[in-house]
Design a protein around this ligand. Sequence first.
Ligand code: SAH
Ligand code: SF4
Length: 362
Amino acid sequence: MREVEARPGDTRTDLKGMPLAELEAFFARWGKERYRARQVSRWIYRKLADDFAEMTDLSKEFRVLLSASCRISVPPAERVEISSDGTEKRMFRLEDGEAVESVLIPDEGRRTLCISSQVGCPLGCGFCATGAMGFRRNLGSAEIVHQVCHFARLLEDRGERLSNVVFMGMGEPLRNVPEVSRAVDILLSQYGFGLSGKRVTVSTVGIVPEMLALAEKYPVSFAVSLNASRDAQRSLLMPVNRKYPLPELLAAMRRIPLQSGRKVTAEYVLLAGVNDTPGDAETLSRMLRGARIKVNLIPYNRHEGSPYESPRQETVDRFREILMAAGIQTITRERRGADIRAACGQLCADAKEKMSIHKKRG
Ligand code: SAH
Ligand code: SF4
């Protein structure tokens, strides 16, 4: 069993981020009953407790023992930014000084939280601000799940409920499979957040073996970042395409087990003059014909240091119409939170950069 890294000087075991089976094994080693693991998990994820003192159905003696040997990590939310469209971005300061961002997107009845799985990203897609940061490190499951705990609590205080979680923040979740799997277990299980797999989406560039393995293990939804209609074009934009080219990736997408009526999402970032021509739309529709795949078009969001431009609205609409005419369900993702750099591909929490902004403002 892996124990979450503790703050220097704090050797207590972090219970946040431990799936039930691990917590049971941990308590068993202590000579404690199995059911206690379920009780503690429910306090952490359902009642969002971050202090053992709150766990009033545990004996006082057990609570004292827990606080002496264990902890529930709470990385502080250092910066809160709210967009004019209601999108809310928070940056969490991690125990080693790194930082990650999460974005809450309110949309009619839904409250969707976009979470990060890595600090930076190793895959270097040319259009993405996170990719431009390079790779710093993987997040632990406690750091992944904490993003959800934090916003679930915030929403609860407002009389609202978190409805969806998407791994579309910083990082490539399938390059951090062990920790992402532990987090997914907590998100989907009744001892945890109890979210249906329909409401938890893993967005990936399509690391094929990991994608199929995760799909076998958990009924999560998948969104695969295609972003191109041809291999040569995709390899230029996304170096990972050299390892998992389009034919192999599409074959894998068709193999993902799906409940009836469900589809895999293909994400397609539209870059003006690069991959947004009618020819691209036609090639893409031929590739997707007959598959249980729907398309999510994402007009490129600008960020510093990237040479790309956003397409014009007419171009986006024409691209969508071509796909729709071929019978492919297609939506254009609304641009949310761009004024606070919270839109897709704009997250790049850099600890030092953010600290200096913080100082300038404060
Ligand atoms: N690493 C995963 C998840 C994080 S990126 C992945 O790539 O799928 C989430 C989505 O944002 C991906 O579909 C990605 O293609 C898209 N994206 C990245 N940079 C973007 C930008 N500048 N504008 C619009 N979408 C972008
Ligand atoms: Fe990483 Fe996804 Fe950005 Fe590519 S698009 S660099 S995989 S976060």
